[in-house]
Design a protein around this ligand. Structure first.
Ligand SMILES: NC(=O)c1ccc[n+]([C@@H]2O[C@H](COP(=O)([O-])OP(=O)(O)OC[C@H]3O[C@@H](n4cnc5c(N)ncnc54)[C@H](OP(=O)(O)O)[C@@H]3O)[C@@H](O)[C@H]2O)c1
Length: 322
């Protein structure tokens, strides 16, 4: 009797944690009852992806994935199938999604199955490329500004690393939350991006006297700071935060920013969930919103994309699986 061949897809996977990142042909993921199957048109490439490939998330979350293990924690595309318990999604919907733990395989693939709670319709006028590159950095930006710093309308905020993945989104979200934004960006191109995205002031954190500029911007001291890159420059800039001010940084920023007496410094995670996704979508829809995608690599060049992460670029990198 003739057997129906199991459908396959192209994907980028590792055969063991720490091993080479290579193209594979693998079975398509099976759809669970609470999942949607996404035809992935853009996968974000995050600075944490090499950590994932080393097994960092699997260890952290005590996950025991199968090998070959398909990489990729975020992306966007079109829903091609919907689990029988899922409400609110239909075949043909354009969605974005993010999952740090994905035992059935991640977004570096033509198809991925994700929990419906981790997916959302693409908001506003974002392209599928922008939506795929955005999720984790946008969620982390918002968790920092809203949940961790508790940023209030009319407050001043420093975004350190303002032209990076989290930073360029944080500039726009903070403006939309009614804050005055002092952006510390990387390079002339980074400063230009931060200005274009609405920062009230923008300086180059590699060449400018950030502390002097921050004191001119907020003579009484800056109310809050979101730090996405650690080191001496960040530490010096934080002297501009006022007594009683707040500093937040996502876990993973090294070296970790230090406070001084009277300043609250908090490390946090960009936890994914329906609440933060709903707030993010609402803020994005409130006006023009830009996700800056510096470069989109073909799927088979995922290893090149990982190498590009450590070179100067603005915004995010991405892969095009299909
Ligand atoms: N815990 C979580 O949930 C979570 C989630 C997402 C990200 N993270 C962590 O958050 C950090 C940032 O993530 P990301 O995606 O935003 O990374 P990213 O895109 O690399 O952003 C960091 C930015 O900081 C810039 N920078 C470095 N030194 C600077 C300086 N002196 N002045 C101005 N800019 C400077 C970098 O530019 P140059 O390279 O050109 O200097 C880069 O654009 C990473 O450590 C990541 O692991 C944590």
């Amino acid at each position: 009797m003739a057997q129906t061949a199991q459908p396959t897809m192209r994907a980028i996977a590792v055969d063991r944690f720490g091993g080479p990142i290579t193209p594979h042909t693998l079975p398509m993921p099976e759809l669970g009852p609470d999942e949607v199957l996404i035809h992935v048109e853009c996968a974000g490439v995050g600075v944490w992806d090499p950590y994932e490939a080393e097994g960092g998330f699997a260890q952290h979350y005590d996950d025991k994935p199968q090998f070959p293990f398909v990489l990729g924690t975020e992306g966007a595309g079109t829903v091609v199938d919907v689990g029988n318990q899922v409400r609110g999604f239909e075949k043909g919907d354009h969605v974005y999604a993010a999952e740090l733990v994905h035992p059935k395989g991640g977004f570096y693939a033509e198809y991925t199955a994700v929990k419906a709670r981790d997916a959302s319709p693409i908001p506003g006028t974002l392209t599928v490329e922008q939506a795929g590159a955005m999720p984790i950095d946008a969620i982390t930006a918002l968790r920092g500004l809203d949940d961790t710093l508790g940023l209030e309308r009319g407050e001043s905020v420093m975004i350190f690393g303002a032209s990076g993945g989290i930073g360029h989104l944080a500039v726009q979200l903070a403006k939309r939350m009614g804050a005055r934004v002092f952006a510390v960006a990387s390079g002339e191109d980074g400063v230009a991006l931060a200005q274009r995205l609405g920062a009230d002031a923008a300086v180059d954190g590699h060449t400018d006297d950030v502390l002097a500029a921050a004191r001119r911007f907020a003579p009484g001291g800056i109310d809050a700071a979101l730090v996405t890159a650690g080191g001496d420059a960040a530490q010096r800039a934080l002297q501009a935060v006022r007594d009683g001010g707040r500093v937040a940084y996502p876990a993973g920023v090294e070296p970790e920013p230090k406070g001084r007496q009277g300043i609250e410094v908090t490390s946090y995670d960009g936890e994914i969930g329906p609440d933060v996704i709903a707030t993010l979508n609402r803020l994005i829809k409130a006006g023009p919103f830009e996700v800056y995608v510096a470069h989109v690599f073909p799927l088979d060049r995922a290893a090149d994309a990982h190498r590009a992460l450590s070179k100067h670029h603005l915004g995010k990198l991405a892969l095009k699986p299909s």
